[in-house]
Design a protein around this ligand. Structure first.
Ligand code: IPD
Ligand code: CA
Ligand code: CA
Length: 265
């Protein structure tokens, strides 16, 4: 398999899609809701996904595609090469703020992440990695990640998870929020993952995400020695929704064992 070629196509298509999104800022958005009034989608989410799908189908007809907006395939397994695409991660930010969103792409072979691309369109920062070849922001290599203590760490999570909720006993997370140097919430899982990769934050926690939210970021974070699991410390399977704990090495273990009690809840 010519991974260099797939990578260079993916890279070029992400940049092209980003340019189209930037140009859309001057036009009126068509906004619709999906599962609930706060689950938003726009014509730009849909057009961006369709753009990738037409490029992939034309160039790599044997590859499978799982895209958030449903224009791809409905893969039943991860056999072969599968593209996992979130055309706009952080749609709410895209609509309300015109910033703090990203295009996220992961290319997997038999369930193993080979290529990760997360493009912060507004800042023109493309985070990218090919498994085994290092990770970069644009053309700048990102240094590997080292452990850090909780009280020197910035942890990203939504306020929802420290309120009573149906996914986790929020009492587990309160001590973590109290101990951490700071907390943040950016509203875009893909960017929060690559912020961990870049050392801008130290961990990111979410209770429920979909494969297209974390597939691209996982390749980039793992390439730098960061750890990506669900909140029970298990590997993700990239075909199911799951919780997510992404962190520096060491810090991941501390959060899992000392705060999340190794997922025994
Ligand atoms: C959402 C964002 C958000 C996360 C949600 C995701 P979308 O993705 O990543 O940060 O909290 O769970 O669904 O819908 O904007 O692509
Ligand atoms: Ca998303
Ligand atoms: Ca999305």
């Amino acid at each position: 398999m010519d991974w260099e070629q797939i990578y260079s196509h993916a890279f070029q298509w992400v940049k092209e899609a980003g340019e189209k999104i930037r140009l859309s800022f001057d036009k009126t958005l068509n906004i619709q809701t999906k599962s609930n009034p706060n689950d938003l989608v726009t014509n730009i989410d849909k057009e961006t996904e369709q753009f990738f799908i037409s490029k992939i189908r034309e160039t790599y007809p044997g590859h499978k595609i799982l895209g958030e907006e449903g224009f791809g395939d409905k893969p039943e397994n991860l056999n072969g090469i599968v593209w996992l695409i979130d055309p706009i991660d952080g749609t709410m930010n895209f609509i309300h703020q015109q910033r703090n969103f990203a295009i996220s792409i992961g290319v997997y072979e038999n369930g193993v992440g080979k290529i990760g691309l997360v493009y912060d369109v507004v800042h023109d920062e493309l985070y990218h990695a090919v498994k085994g070849s290092g990770a970069y922001i644009n053309d700048k290599p990102i240094p590997v990640l080292h452990p850090r203590k909780v009280n020197e760490s910035i942890i990203a999570l939504n306020a929802t998870w420290v309120m009573e909720n149906r996914r986790i006993d929020h009492n587990l997370l309160i001590p973590l929020v109290r101990e951490a140097r700071g907390t943040r919430s950016y509203g875009t899982a893909a960017l929060e993952m690559v912020f961990v990769a870049a050392g801008r934050i130290d961990a990111y926690i979410s209770m429920r995400l979909s494969p297209w939210d974390f597939a691209g970021g996982a390749v980039i974070v793992e390439e730098l020695g960061g750890i990506v699991t669900n909140l029970r410390g298990e590997k993700l399977d990239f075909l199911s929704n799951d919780s997510l704990l992404v962190a520096r090495p060491g810090l991941h273990e501390t959060i899992l064992q000392e705060y999340l009690k190794c997922g025994k809840w």
